[in-house]
Design a protein around this ligand. Structure first.
Ligand code: F6P
Ligand code: MG
Length: 479
């Protein structure tokens, strides 16, 4: 079920895989160590539960420190210790498969890879990065007191607080649009199309700021990326844009009179990106382009900032009562009464959609497996069947794009439908839309010569690492 095209590897010094393994992951593990250490230290140990929590917290810190050492010194990846969830066996089976391949290739065993497993600095990027987060989560899941703990939860909230300016700007715009739509203004297809494009682009660019890249972005950088001015400038940075066709399709389905029109969003990051996902989702319902939205968050702490169900509920609570939430950030701008009312309007509307079932939340372990989405039909047949009932499945963000395309070294002019394998087949049954700002090497569907132009002689595809460029690509698997 996997692509035969060569995969990006942490051994490739010219790819972002290498920078990630050498520079970014150690920083991310250190952040987790700091979080668990501080949380543990703050516990008063007044009862048995807290004593156990402290003891387990210290053990997690020790395990994390070992992991950081192994990563930093290029030791082999070890099987993940069973935490009671069947996906661990899948991770380990794949690791065993990789070890078998090392053997076939006569890679010698040394003190660093006594079991013949691949080592951190010479391994497929996609597998090893997913493994990193799954291994951290197994450390937590194996305890009594930290099972449900998300070591990234505090960071997600801090960053969302720093997005307040853009959140308020969008909230007032959303309210205005919603009121107009509800008032039932004269239909004007051209205007409706423009509005759809704008909403989808807001949703797209919300992905530019994810926390796993925050190791190199400041809060000022984030704010600059989020405002409407930034979006205008960025329009030309969408290298391949199929959004007009997506609008025509949704509009056609709406006009066909089909009663149930479901859209799925495979979520990426929490905070500001989730906020703009809700903006798009709410707009799709209000405009009648969809009648139901199904959100797919992760059920493990994932790639630092990815949405877990609790993050969505936190966000709605923050919007419902914004002052106590946002004022925890010292530099936060003051929220006027009018702005508070806009934010509450959003909270009430979206909470209402959750209550009446027009917004739904579905988790599935498939999303946190190490493999690409080429495996969706074979590895998660039920989920695949369910996605076929949707009119459109929107995949947000960089990692989802890497997984759609198998994180392989495609020629950048390869067709999107070829790179997404089984999902790109005619009549695959799933209508796929990727909204992705580029934060990794893999990219497809570019016009001939575009990659060369952007590289400007650069041996590496560094233009693709920063979130400055984007692609909105689709494949109509229902055609
Ligand atoms: O490229 C850096 C990186 O951390 C990748 O490892 C990962 O694909 C991506 O960023 C996460 O970004 P996103 O949140 O958009 O999926
Ligand atoms: Mg993410």
């Amino acid at each position: 079920n996997d692509t035969k095209t060569e995969l990006y590897s942490t051994a490739d010094k010219s790819s972002f895989a290498f920078t990630s393994a050498i520079e970014r992951w150690p920083v991310i593990i250190t952040q987790v160590i700091t979080d668990i250490f501080q949380t543990t230290n703050a516990l008063p140990e007044t009862n048995d539960t807290e004593k156990q929590r402290v003891k387990e917290g210290r053990a997690i810190v020790t395990e994390l420190t070992a992991l950081k050492y192994q990563l930093g010194h290029d030791y082999e990846l070890l099987p993940i210790i069973d935490d009671g969830f069947p996906d661990v066996a899948l991770y380990n089976a794949e690791l065993a498969g990789l070890a078998a391949r090392e053997k076939e290739n006569n890679v010698p065993t040394t003190k660093k890879n006594p079991n013949g497993n691949p080592t951190w600095h010479k391994i497929a990027w996609l597998y090893s990065e997913c493994y990193l987060y799954r291994r951290i989560s197994s450390m937590l899941k194996r305890t009594e007191q930290w099972k449900e703990y998300d070591p990234f939860h505090a960071t997600k909230n801090t960053t969302f607080r720093s997005s307040l300016t853009a959140v308020m700007e969008l909230a007032s715009k959303y309210k205005e649009i919603t009121e107009k739509l509800r008032a039932g203004v004269e239909p004007d297809l051209e205007k409706e199309k423009l509005l759809f494009l704008e909403m989808a682009e807001i949703c797209l660019w919300g992905n530019a700021t994810d926390l796993s890249l925050l190791t190199s972005l400041t809060y000022e950088d984030i704010q600059k990326l989020q405002g409407s001015e930034a979006r205008k400038k960025a329009e030309n940075n969408i290298l391949s844009n199929n959004l007009p066709s997506v609008f025509s399709k949704l509009q056609q389905i709406k006009e066909s009179g089909k009663g149930s029109r479901r859209v799925d969003i495979v979520l990426d990051n929490s905070g500001f990106e989730l906020f703009v996902d809700l903006v798009l989702a709410g707009y799709l319902l209000e405009s009648g382009l969809a009648t139901e939205i199904v959100f797919h968050p992760k059920d493990l702490p994932w790639f630092v900032s990815d949405v877990m169900p609790v993050d969505l509920h936190d966000l709605l609570a923050a919007l419902a009562d914004p002052v106590p939430y946002f004022s925890q950030l010292e530099s936060a701008p003051k929220i006027t009464d009018a702005q508070q009312s806009d934010l509450r309007f959003l909270a009430t509307t979206w909470k209402g959609f959750l209550d009446d079932g027009r917004f739904k939340i579905r988790t599935d372990r498939f999303w946190t497996l190490p493999g690409s989405y080429w495996r969706l039909p074979a590895c998660a047949p039920e989920l695949f069947e369910e996605l076929k009932t949707s009119e459109l499945v929107i995949f947000k963000g960089d990692l989802n794009y890497r997984k759609l395309t198998g994180d392989a070294m495609w020629d950048p002019t390869t067709k999107f439908e070829e790179a997404i394998g089984p999902l790109g087949k005619e009549a695959s049954g799933v209508r796929v839309l990727a909204l992705r700002t580029c934060k990794a090497d893999v990219v497809v569907g570019l016009p001939v010569g575009k990659d060369e132009e952007l590289r400007q002689g650069d041996k590496a595809r560094t233009w693709g690492w920063s979130g400055k460029w984007a692609v909105c690509q689709w494949w109509d698997g229902k055609a």
